[in-house]
Design a protein around this ligand. Sequence first.
Ligand code: UDP
Ligand code: MN
Length: 613
Amino acid sequence: MRKRLSLKCCLFGIGIPLTLWMTLNLVSWDMKLSADWNQPQRLTLRARKTLLLRSKVKAQAEEKGAPRQCEEIPEVINKALVKHYNTSVLHSLGIVSGPEDQIARDEGYQNFAFNALVSDKIGFHRAVPDTRYPKCQDVTFPAINLDTSIIVCFFNEQPSALLRLVHSIIDRTPQELVKEIILVDDSSTLDDLSCQIENYVNQHFNNVRLVRTPERQGLIRARVFGANLASGQVLVFLDSHCEVNTDWLEPLLLRISHDPTTVVVPVIDIINHDTMEYQQSPLVRGGFNWGLHFSWDRLPDNEKNDPDLGSKPILSPTMAGGLFAMKRDYFHHLGEYDLGMDIWGGENLEISFRIWMCGGKLEIIPCSRVGHIFRKRRPYGNPKGRDTFLKNSLRVANVWMDKYKEYFLKQRPQAQVVDYGDISDRISLRKHLSCKSFKWYLDHVYPELSLPGDVKPSNKSSHHQPMKSKDKRKKPVIVRHGRIKHVSTNLCAQSEKEIYTKKALVTLARCNDESLSGQKAQLWFETEKNQLMLAQLLCLDIETGSVGKSYARLMKCHGLGGSQGWLWIKKNGASLLYNPVSGKCLTATATKVGGYLSLDLCTGAKEQAFTMS
Ligand code: UDP
Ligand code: MN
């Protein structure tokens, strides 16, 4: 009896009101759509949702409430780095000097996948090396009659990285060219951080607007969301962890002013995610493979041998994605982005194919340089846990690639079963714009791409950041050699095994007699790239990814710094061997023969004092 009663209760008490509420909601949502915009009924659900989103954005942008309550973010300026770019200062900022630093560093890697400790210590302004080729420098630009809306979307971005970008734009761009900077917070979940960013922006800038999407959109819809609020003649999109370089905007705008259907991309310089070092990128262009993965390709010979290389625009089959500029009306004319794409991936190839196939052009402008933090992983997931890159790529293949989509499906067979949603809007767009075929694109824009089965040599780099292809093969340049001596014990560092055994740990041993010829077991060679090579064979490396202590060991030299980069620093009068990537110093775990060497906080204690002689 009681059971039946409670069941009835449930039905009437919750079930009926719930159904009523849902029906009312659906009706009112539908009414809202048709009343507000008087849209014809044939609009797809997605298109209608987009419209709803746009209206919400407008309403939100107009509403200015009281500042949100959160801790104020102090304006951090590291004077040593404002005027001159200095790598040794940068390296010293990475030193982990106590548990607080360690926590900041660990949480930073967790949330942002780069070294947030260093980013915070750099502060909101810093000099970066001018990476342009000499021909681009010291030029005077003619008057430019275009202004821009710079759109930066972000999801859970580190405040100092984002604010350094905004300051770099303000510091290095003529005021009249920047109508506004629009920061689109894509519903970040780290509330404190977005609140701090919002308050800082409201207090410090007057042409920077911060808007928030009503719910997480992903970078594709978030960009369109920002673009729909923009009023500048040119839209410039940037990732939220970039720093712009000297005179970055003028060359982009000049090119667009000559030809409004050209979409332009700066050279994307590399900001190292561990050290925040700013590095020049080589001149390469955008390509892709049949799995629809973006690639950096070597320039074709005619471009490479052009005497104006380095200052002349480079035609590019595709763009990397986050950084580009195009006329605002052209962006809308060309169909913005595919709003059916989620979170991340594929949109860069979609817009690249569309630009070329529908009458535009895509160029890299070498005189424009913007640094980007290239991370090893993306620190965020997506709400539904799906592989959005695969889904988005399927949309690209089905809308743009004609029969060539079969190659994609062969490369990524798991795509066969993925639901990629409705693409009818994009197919009509392609018709409406009278776009050319994918075959035309391959023949005229990217003839270098070989079809599966062809045996053309590859011109692609497998790295996700642009890289000189011969970098790894160069012979290391030795700057000095000698024994690494642990000062307080007078013991020497050597391998626990043979000098050529990979993964062998490094221990302290009695020093060999210097006069003995052919003694290589304790002979270390320091290279220009800050490697320490034992007997010129293997490099001093650290175990990474392990919990707890990381030990020093010997590994094949990779020449990329990172776990094999060693700098001599001074602390409390002692000289220590510092590894910038870990922020830690080489330490003897036991000050006796056989004691292993590990990595620890740089304190300057006697376990860490070494010399090389
Ligand atoms: N982003 C966003 N919403 C998302 C995912 C990413 O606004 O759901 C932003 C992100 O903060 C960054 C930009 O889109 O500014 C590009 O993403 P990301 O840097 O992760 O891409 P990557 O450079 O790794 O390809
Ligand atoms: Mn990025």
